[in-house]
Design a protein around this ligand. Structure first.
Ligand code: ADP
Ligand code: MG
Length: 336
């Protein structure tokens, strides 16, 4: 008979971490979500080698109380829910209280944090789940996480990572989406020592688009707004002169979340059809506000795909309003 034995805590943690931390992108996602939950209105993200050797996330949010810092890294440690009933009310997606413990299980992590009320901050280091040190340190209000050498203690997982450039491009895409979904937060993204973009946090979506995509794109934007009975949408759509050759510039958020949905994609493309050459796709950034009962919540929260209830109505209304918007303006490219 095989002998049954219990796995060590560190093995259990590493296995559990696999569900949360798949690649540098997941770390950046969790840490920026925490920063937003902490009420930050400025967030800086820096990565090196695609985030594999270094991820640094700095926010000016509420900070973590000194005596809570260690606790924050325990599995199922969260300040966001206390019981299963709260799950219905939390807005944040990262409510599992597993992010920090998972990240710390598979990387070398350092956090520097200070609350408004405290005079000094604290620095805490934890590596591969093992506590290293806790010390008082001068720091501004807010929190900085440093995550070094992801998967240093799980070589097999590390092998599954793609090239740093590819991992970096995943993070970069996510950072763009983060900035576009939060024009009210000043977001700075630094890759291998180079500032990729820096938004002002003044709430102006058009300005965020300019900061990310540049002047030529910004000049060719048409404001788009539509209020239907069950949803609202606002944002910008590109003039045909900036049509793209892939779908990477079809960006939309539903209730603040970056998602993918066939009905939305097809509806906008259909509305745009008269101005699309073959194999070309429109540029657009849309924010949808939908009543919660329009979205099928049974789809896994970590997945980007969402299912819409009453999708047909939305398809009709959205494609028609896009078409109308384009018809109303003069679509002849500016001759410079
Ligand atoms: P969750 O976000 O699901 O609560 P995490 O493991 O991501 O779990 O974080 C644990 C706790 O640590 C949070 O509930 C929060 O209290 C605290 N925390 C994490 N990141 C920050 C941050 N950037 N600013 C303030 N508090 C934070
Ligand atoms: Mg979290």
């Amino acid at each position: 008979m095989p002998v049954i034995h219990l796995l060590s805590q560190s093995t259990i943690d590493k296995i559990a971490a696999g569900e949360v931390v798949e690649r540098p992108l997941s770390v950046v996602k969790e840490l920026t979500e925490n920063a937003i939950d902490a009420g930050a209105d400025a967030i800086t993200v820096e990565i090196k080698e695609g985030g594999i050797s270094l991820i640094r996330v700095t926010d000016n949010g509420c900070g973590i109380e000194k005596d809570q810092v260690k606790k924050a890294f325990l599995r199922h440690a969260t300040s966001k829910i206390t019981s299963i009933d709260d799950l219905n009310f939390v807005k944040s997606l990262g409510f599992r209280g597993e992010a920090l413990s998972s990240i710390a299980a598979v990387a070398q992590v350092e956090v520097i944090t200070k609350t408004e009320a405290d005079i000094t901050g604290v620095r805490y280091a934890i590596s591969g789940g093992a506590e290293e040190e806790l010390e008082e340190i001068g720091a501004p209000k807010g929190t900085t996480f440093l995550v070094r050498n992801l998967f240093f203690n799980t070589p097999v997982r590390k092998k599954f990572l793609k090239q740093p450039q590819t991992e970096g491009s995943y993070v970069s895409d996510m950072m763009e989406h983060l900035a576009l979904s939060h024009p009210e937060i000043a977001i700075k993204f630094v890759q291998n020592g180079q500032i990729k973009f820096h938004t002002s946090g003044n709430g102006n979506l058009k300005e965020v688009i300019y900061r990310i995509y540049g002047r030529d794109i910004e000049r060719a934007l048409i404001p788009f707004e539509f209020n239907a009975e069950h949803f609202k949408v606002s944002g910008f759509i590109g003039k045909p002169e900036i049509n793209r050759s892939n779908r990477n510039f079809e960006t939309y958020f539903v209730n603040g979340r970056y998602v993918k949905n066939d009905i939305i994609t097809k509806a906008v493309e259909e509305g745009y059809r008269a101005y699309l050459m073959q194999h070309k796709f429109p540029f657009f950034v849309f924010h949808f506000m939908m009543e919660p009962d329009m979205i099928d919540v049974n789809v896994h929260p970590a997945k980007m795909e969402i299912r819409l209830i009453q999708g047909n109505t939305l398809y009709e209304q959205l494609s028609q309003s896009v078409q109308k918007c384009l018809k109303e303006i003069e679509l002849i490219p500016d001759v410079v």
